[in-house]
Ligand binder design. Structure first.
Ligand SMILES: C[S@@+](CC[C@H](N)C(=O)[O-])C[C@H]1O[C@@H](n2cnc3c(N)ncnc32)[C@H](O)[C@@H]1O
Length: 236
C-alpha cells in the first residue's frame, strides 16, 4: 500500500477539488438530521457520516465491490471483512474533503458532531468549517466538537512523556492516511473563542458522553485526553 501512497494522495486531493461545490440533499434522511463530520468508522446508523477517507469513498461504490475494497483499506487492522462490509452497507456516507466546508444547504441540520477531526485541519480551514456548521444548522441546532485537549498534551510533556506527546498530538504519522497529520491544536478557551466568533452561543465544556447530542455512548471516545464542547445556534 505504501508504494501506492503518492497515487492515492493525488487522487484524494483531486477528488476534494472536484467535489468542493457539490450540494447533497438531505430530504430523504430521517429526522432529526444528524451529521458526523470527519467520522472515520466511528459511526451510528441514522447519521449522515462525512469523511474524505478511502473507506468513505468505497462506501459510496456498489455493494458488490466492498469485499474487494476491504483488501485496500487501512481498517483491515481493526475489522473483519464481514464487519467492514456491514458497516459500509448499513450506514449513510458522504465522501468529501472537509477543508472545503460542508456540502449541504443552509439550515437543514439539527445536530452536528465531530470527534478528533478539527485538529486535522489548518486553522483557517477549521474557522471555515465552524462557519459552515453554523450555516447548515437550523436555528436551535447543536454542535458538539471533541478534540485532543492541548492542556492535556502540555501536561504530558511537562511530566516528561515528551516522545508520546509529540508523536500522538503534534506530529502524528500514519502511512495509511494522507489525512492523519494534525495541523492545529486547541484548549477550551481557544475552541470556545473560535465557535463564538462564528456566532455560536451557550458554548460549554461537557463531560465524556454527556450532553444534548444523541448517541454519545458510541460517538464519544478517548475520554482522558479529549476536550468535549457543545454550542448552540440560537433562534434568530
Ligand atoms: C482521528 S480520525 C477520527 C475518526 C472519528 N471521528 C473518531 O473519533 O474515531 C480523523 C478523521 O478525519 C478524516 N479527515 C482528516 N482530514 C480530512 C479532510 N480534510 N476532509 C475529510 N476528512 C478528513 C480522516 O480521514 C479520519 O477519518
Amino acid at each position: 500500500m505504501s508504494a501506492l501512497r503518492p497515487l492515492v494522495d493525488g487522487i484524494t486531493l483531486l477528488l476534494g477539488r472536484l467535489k468542493q461545490y457539490q450540494r447533497i440533499a438531505l430530504t430523504r434522511i430521517s429526522k432529526p438530521v444528524k451529521i458526523n463530520i470527519g467520522c472515520g468508522l466511528t459511526i451510528v446508523p441514522g447519521w449522515v457520516n462525512i469523511d474524505g477517507s478511502l473507506n468513505t469513498l468505497f462506501a459510496t461504490w456498489p455493494r458488490f465491490l466492498h469485499k474487494l475494497c476491504y483488501s485496500f483499506s487501512g481498517s483491515r487492522r481493526y475489522y473483519s471483512r464481514k464487519e467492514y462490509c456491514r458497516l459500509l452497507r448499513k450506514n449513510t456516507f458522504v465522501h468529501h474533503d472537509l477543508s472545503y466546508g460542508l456540502p449541504f444547504a443552509d439550515g437543514v441540520v439539527d445536530f452536528a458532531y465531530s470527534s478528533h477531526f478539527v485538529e486535522h485541519l489548518f486553522r483557517k480551514d477549521a474557522v471555515r468549517l465552524f462557519r459552515e456548521i453554523y450555516r447548515v444548522l437550523k436555528p436551535g441546532g447543536v454542535v458538539r466538537i471533541s478534540v485532543p485537549d492541548l492542556e492535556y498534551a502540555i501536561a504530558l510533556y511537562q511530566s516528561g512523556d515528551k516522545e508520546k506527546m509529540l508523536s500522538s498530538y503534534f506530529f502524528v504519522e500514519d502511512d495509511n492516511s494522507y489525512y492523519a497529520r494534525h495541523k492545529f491544536m486547541y484548549d477550551f478557551e481557544m475552541l470556545a473563542k473560535a465557535l463564538r466568533s462564528e456566532g455560536f452561543q451557550d458554548v460549554r465544556r461537557c463531560h465524556f458522553q454527556e450532553g444534548c447530542v444523541p448517541n454519545l455512548a458510541i460517538l464519544d471516545n478517548q475520554p482522558d485526553e479529549s476536550l468535549f464542547v457543545e454550542a448552540i445556534k440560537t433562534k434568530d
